[in-house]
Structure formats: C-alpha cells, structure tokens
Design a protein around this ligand. Structure first.
Ligand SMILES: Nc1nc2c(c(=O)[nH]1)N[C@H]1C(S)=C(S)[C@@H](COP(=O)(O)O)O[C@H]1N2
Ligand SMILES: [Mo]
Length: 395
C-alpha cells in the first residue's frame, strides 16, 4: 500500500469516526426517548407527591392506607431517576452530532427547539446528578437540596413538553419505521453488508440501553425491595443497623444521647388547653398496640418493622378531648431540620399510628428514637420523629 493510499484510508476512517456510528439517529433516539420520558414522568409525579406530603397544600389529600403507599411512590421516584441516567446518556449519544449542527441560531422555530433542548438537558442533568448524590448522602453543594430539586423539576418538565411538541413529527416518523429500515445513512456505503452492520448496531445500542437501565434500577431497588437486597450495590442503606433497621441520623449525631437516657425523661403531651407528662414506664403501662409499618426514607431506602407502643389517639385521649386538626411533634434534638414534624388529623386518628416504645420485639434502640418515637403509616421517614419530647394537639 502506498503512502498516499494509507493517508487516504486514514482520512476516510477519521471522517467516519467523526460522523459517528451509523446507529445514531432518530430510530434509536426516539425509542430511548420514550423510555427516558416515561422514567422522567414517573420521577416527576412521585417527587411532587413527596413534596406535597411534606408541605401539604390545603387541597392535598394523602391516604393513610395502604401503609406502604409512600414506600412505593418514593421507591419508584429513586428507581426511575437512577434508570433515567443511562437512558439519558444513550439518548445524548444518539443525537450528539446534531447538537453541533450549523447554524447555531437559525429560524425562530429552530431557536425554540435548540433552546428547549439546552434547558432540558441542563435541568435533567442537574436533577439526576443532585438526586444521585442525595441518595448517596453526599452534599457537595451549598444550597439546601429539596427546594432547588423541586424548582428545577418544573423547568425540566416544561422544557420536556416543549421538546416533545416540537419533535412530534420526527418522533412519529422514526417510530413508524422498523428499527431495521435503512434511512438514517446519508452517504454511507450502500452495500448489503453495511446495511446489515447498521441494523445490528442499532439493535445493539437499544439492547445496551435497556440492559444498563435495568442494571441501574436493580442496583438501587434492593434498598426498598427486600428480595432484591442482594443486588443493591448502589444502595447505601439496605438492612444493616441496630434491630435490623437502617439508621439515618444516630443519637450521637443528633446530640441527644444523654437527654434520651436521662432518668427524669418525660414526654409532654398537650391536648387543647390540658397538659400531662409521661415517663417511659407510664407509657409502657398504657395499653400497647402492635403494628407492622415501614420506615420509608425520602432517599429511597425503606424497611418494614414490627413496632409496639401506645396508639397516638389513646395517648391524646388520656390527656383531654382531641380538638382535631394537625398534631405537632417535637424532638429532644434542639437543632436540625428534622427535629419537628406535623401529622395531619387523618393520620393522627388512625389505629396504626403509634408512639412507639419497642422495635422488632425489643426496647427501641437509642438510634431508633428511644425513649419513644412517632411511627405512622404511609409517611416519609423524615416525618417519623425520633426522641420525642413534646406532642401538641391544639386547634
Ligand atoms: N429527631 C429526629 N427524628 C428523625 C430524624 C432526625 O434527624 N431527627 N431523621 C428522620 C429520617 S430522615 C428518617 S429516614 C427516619 C429514620 O428512622 P430510623 O433511623 O429509626 O431508621 O427517622 C426520622 N426521624
Ligand atoms: Mo430519611
């Protein structure tokens, strides 16, 4: 082979490489896009639910039963978010040369299209990366995660809606063609071999997308689905912890060890204008109720456990007539955003809502909230206040 030939071959190779794989294009992009869009939609809706439960608008209604409902929605939130990461990468790969097409600005429609893509990719990238770091409990940023994650979600969904509307004809067209059809190639070799190679690679890319999304889901699903626990390599919390339940914030970290173990500990309960204090022994002397309820952390891990304690409604009744409305819980923890919580009336009167004294058959470990903690059905972990000091039911 002459030098000239060698250079010529090298140039052809480089040109092909720069143009990218023939598998790129709307066939792959639209199919992966549907999966990605579905994952994002599930993530958005379940995220909204979680936000509303924690900051309920007046019209919002969240059921008390089934007790695992929040566990399900928040598990889906984290799994769909993690599954979206490989899908987003494949999607970007499939359209990547188009991102650098000229002209950069162009017609108003093109501006809208490209602008929405820039916002969309930025917002989705932000949501997925901050969410992933959050479930890993790693906060390398200065802002408070939940409100920012919440606000950017609307940006992402808005940009997604614009993107879908603009791209609908392209998506329709790409989906109406079988994945094997020869369409995307512009100036590629037209031999049967080349066509066959392209078909294989499109299918390979799609298979890789599904397999990696499945593997990513599996890697986190184990922190909430017990029989998948073995696969939870990405799950930071999946079953270890005192009494077989993971701990989010230990008593030590919350600085409550001494207060929690103090012999003069009293739980103060205010109902209407009456007030009564209870030692742990006094609580133990009241009728005890048993409930099997999950702790379902907003970070996606969850674990079911056997709780025993006094029904909240019984405890309130022992002080005075419950006037209805929200019940407020305060922890021995003096600082920290999870030192307080508010429980809606609907949950407060439920037979499964307990001031728990024991967990899985033994006295509550101090890391799980000893001397007593709130445990209510279908609620985010953040609102299951540990180390209770005060319960308040006032109109
Ligand atoms: N007082 C107080 N209660 C708290 C917390 C906290 O930091 N302080 N963390 C909450 C969070 S985020 C979760 S997920 C659950 C976890 O309960 P566990 O540690 O018993 O599993 O407790 C909740 N109760
Ligand atoms: Mo949590």
């Amino acid at each position: 082979m002459s030098v000239h030939e060698t250079i010529e071959r090298g140039r052809t190779f480089a040109a092909r490489w720069l143009r990218g794989s023939d598998a790129r294009g709307p066939e792959v992009a639209s199919r992966v896009g549907i999966a990605l869009g579905s994952a994002i939609l599930i993530c958005f809706v379940t995220g909204l639910l979680s936000h509303w439960i924690q900051h309920p608008p007046t019209w919002f209604w969240w059921p008390v039963h089934p007790v695992w409902l929040y566990r399900l929605t928040q598990g889906l939130h984290v799994i769909s978010g993690v599954a979206a990461i490989p899908l987003l990468l494949v999607k970007l790969w499939a359209v990547y040369p188009k991102l650098f097409q000229r002209p950069v600005i162009g017609s108003p429609l093109r501006m809208l299209e490209r602008g929405s893509i820039a916002v969309l990719v930025g917002a989705i990238f932000f949501e997925l990366s901050t969410g992933l770091l959050n479930i890993a409990q790693f906060y390398p940023w200065k802002f408070f995660f939940p409100p920012v994650h919440y606000a950017v979600a609307f940006v992402a969904i808005g940009a997604l809606a614009v993107h879908l509307a603009v791209k609908l004809p392209v998506i329709r067209d790409a989906l109406s063609r079988p994945i094997d059809s020869e369409t995307a190639g512009v100036d590629t070799e037209s031999s049967a071999d080349a066509v066959a190679r392209r078909h294989v690679s499109r299918r390979t890319v799609l298979t890789a997308a599904w397999v990696s999304a499945g593997a990513a889901s599996l890697a986190v699903a184990g922190q909430t689905v017990p029989f998948l626990r073995w696969a939870a390599v990405l799950a930071p919390r999946s079953g270890e912890g005192p009494q077989g339940v993971p701990v989010n914030r230990s008593a030590q970290a919350a600085g409550v060890v001494e207060l929690a173990r103090a012999s003069d500990y009293r739980l103060s309960v205010l109902v209407g204008d009456r007030q009564r204090s209870f030692s742990r022994d006094e609580l133990l002397a009241m009728p005890q109720t048993h409930a099997r309820l999950p702790i379902a952390c907003v970070e996606g891990w969850s674990a079911s456990a056997d709780w025993t304690g006094v029904r909240l409604r019984d405890l309130l009744a022992a002080v005075g007539p419950y006037p209805g409305g929200d019940v407020r819980f305060r922890s021995l923890e003096t600082s920290g955003i999870y030192a307080n919580s508010v429980l809606p009336h609907r949950h407060a009167i439920d037979a499964d809502t307990l001031v728990a004294l024991s967990l899985n058959g033994a006295a509550l470990d101090v890391d799980h909230g000893y001397p007593c903690r709130l445990i209510a059905p279908s609620r985010p972990g953040v609102l299951q206040t540990k180390w209770l000091s005060t319960i308040e039911a006032r109109p």
